[in-house]
Design a protein. Structure first.
Length: 94
């Protein structure tokens, strides 16, 4: 589950789902900082036993799923990046 200002951009969320090859879930409501603080308070007060239990109180809105054809392109680009990095790594150490 993702939170923050970038969750207002469907394009950015789809890019992330493709780049990480993982579904990206966005909470139904946007005040996740306050929700997270309330989870820690509930945990401290003994209302919940663990954060995962409290997270079940949050409703998931939109989920962005990776596109296999785009994931393959990202994987190919990453391989090229690694090759380029390895050929230049000594330059970074100077």
């Amino acid at each position: 589950m993702e939170a923050g200002g970038f969750t207002k951009s469907p394009v950015w969320l789809q890019i992330m789902a493709n780049a990480f090859d993982r579904p990206i879930g966005v909470p139904e409501w946007g005040e996740t900082a306050a929700f997270g603080a309330s989870l820690w308070a509930m945990l401290s007060a003994g209302v919940i036993d663990n954060i995962e239990q409290g997270a079940k109180l949050s409703k998931l809105g939109e989920t962005y799923k990776p596109s296999p054809s785009i994931v393959e392109i990202y994987n190919q680009m990453y391989q090229k990046f690694k090759q380029l990095y390895l050929s230049l790594v000594d330059e970074f150490n100077e």
